[in-house]
Design a protein. Structure first.
Length: 128
């Protein structure tokens, strides 16, 4: 079982280092990339669970706020302008093998680098 630890992932240009915030009673691990302003914190949550029908489930979620500085009556303060949410969920039969789970993870990894995924996610294009 992996212990909660800092995770460094790249956005293709810059590293994003998420540091552990804690693990709650349900096993939800929260990691944060802090900018010093809590509303601007990027969050990564990781949870491993078993569904009611016996599937083994792994869920990863990113919450990525875009923060701007608003000035009202001469007072400047940060404000969340919008937030990006990313949910990645894997569910496997209880009899799945490590190799099968590895294949599924690798498929998602390589899918994200395809022109189709880039067009749909980055460029907001429709698939036709």
């Amino acid at each position: 079982m992996p212990a909660i630890a800092s995770v460094s992932v790249s956005d293709g240009t810059n590293p994003h280092v998420f540091t552990p915030r804690g693990v709650d009673n349900s096993g939800l691990a929260t990691l944060v990339k802090s900018s010093g302003v809590p509303i601007a914190d990027e969050r990564l949550t990781v949870q491993r669970s078993r569904t009611a029908n016996g599937r083994e489930k792994a869920t990863f979620k990113f919450v990525i706020p875009t923060v701007v500085t608003e000035t009202v009556n001469g007072v400047s303060r940060p404000s969340v302008q919008r937030t990006a949410y990313v949910d990645i969920s894997f569910a496997f039969d209880g009899t799945s093998s490590e190799a099968e789970r590895n294949v599924a993870r690798q498929l998602v990894y390589y899918l994200m680098a395809t022109d189709m995924a880039i067009g749909v996610i980055d460029d907001l294009e429709y698939v036709f």
